[in-house]
Write a protein that binds this ligand. Structure first.
Ligand SMILES: C[C@@](CO)(OP(=O)(O)O)[C@H](O)COP(=O)(O)OP(=O)(O)OC[C@H]1O[C@@H](n2ccc(N)nc2=O)[C@H](O)[C@@H]1O
Ligand SMILES: Nc1ncnc2c1ncn2[C@@H]1O[C@H](COP(=O)(O)OP(=O)(O)O)[C@@H](O)[C@H]1O
Length: 284
């Protein structure tokens, strides 16, 4: 049997870091939502006890470093599954971009293998398995829109944000999430986003208030290391985006746009110096 799962990208509408923990992770408070830019995962049952990964993308690991491989191995070990699986990753989400592409592939693999092997694992159990693979994986298991706390795995679902266009631009640089968290000085954060204000904007479907309350405390850290990210943000604002923010630890910057007529100018303007630009909708 062969099954398919969609693995969408996430963006962080708000990202606050409260403190560094003793286990090396940071306590966060974030609002995350999914956008309609997705990898497509094909999973095919194999009679042999093996996990095989392939992808059309030449730039991701295809061995045990791949998060989809790790998800398959985790579920096989934990539920003593003797069959194997062939997993093909049709990658569309840029890699190491702050869009959780790898995490979403892992989450889709957990959901898919639960179906393929009829394991009956509950959503809560799938999220707990996801937390063993990465901080963003539990959110990617459920999707939707949520406040994420703890190191990202404590989730509180919220309603969908006001619908709009999302233009994503990834400058051609690689950013390490642990380096960005490592360089953040939690005692000296000049401006923190208001999570309650963003939640109220979402609840009341107030697009202008959503744009006004976008905030990410990792943005300054990444921009200091990579000025190109600030440049992309400034370009998006000049080209008419209503609200602009870096997603996660970067380097992708997203612009929110209410009017469809404004999207081509933004898209074409950014394509001038960024190869990876996408105009998508929020997934609501
Ligand atoms: C910044 C965020 C925002 O959504 O996303 P990305 O930019 O990666 O998409 C996440 O917090 C990233 O989550 P994820 O990419 O799953 O991180 P993990 O694999 O769990 O951790 C990678 C490294 O980041 C640091 N880390 C991660 C999460 C967290 N709450 N505190 C941390 O300090 C740790 O150094 C850890 O070793
Ligand atoms: N299935 C996968 N897709 C993309 N990257 C993967 C995957 N599995 C492992 N990786 C590795 O995970 C790292 C982070 O990738 P990704 O999840 O795309 O970034 P981010 O956490 O910034 O959103 C990359 O260095 C990449 O090599």
């Amino acid at each position: 049997m062969t099954i398919y799962e969609k693995a969408p990208a996430k963006i962080n509408l708000s990202l606050d870091v409260l403190r560094k923990r003793d286990d090396g992770y940071h306590e966060v408070e974030m609002i995350m939502t999914m956008v309609d830019l997705a990898d497509r995962i094909e999973m095919q049952e194999l009679p042999r006890d093996t996990i095989i990964i392939s992808s059309q993308a030449g730039y991701i690991p295809l061995d045990e470093k791949n998060l989809a491989f790790q998800a398959a191995r985790l579920i096989k070990d934990r539920y003593e599954v003797k069959q194997g699986v062939y997993i093909h990753l049709d990658k569309n989400i840029p890699v190491a971009a702050g869009l959780a592409g790898g995490s979403s592939d892992a989450a889709a693999t957990l959901r898919g293998l639960n179906r393929l092997w009829g394991l009956g694992i509950t959503m809560d159990e799938l999220k707990a398995l996801g937390a063993e693979l990465g901080s963003d994986v539990p959110f990617c298991v459920t999707g939707g829109t949520a406040v994420a706390r703890g190191r990202g795995e404590v989730l509180e679902p919220v309603g969908a944000p006001p619908q709009c266009w999302v233009v994503l631009a990834k400058p051609p640089i690689n950013v390490s999430t642990s380096e960005i968290y490592g360089k953040l000085n939690v005692g000296e954060i000049p401006h923190r986003p208001s999570i309650p204000a963003m939640l109220e904007a979402i609840r009341s479907k107030d697009f202008d208030a959503m744009c006004a309350n976008l905030g990410n405390v990792l943005e300054d850290v990444t921009m200091k290391l990579y000025p190109e990210v600030r440049h992309v943000k400034e370009c998006m604002l000049k080209l008419g985006a209503d609200g602009v923010l870096m997603s996660g630890s970067g380097p992708t910057v997203f612009g929110l746009v209410a009017k469809e007529a404004k999207v081509p100018r933004l898209y074409n303007g950014l394509r001038g110096f960024c190869k990876e630009v996408y105009a998508v909708r929020m997934l609501v």
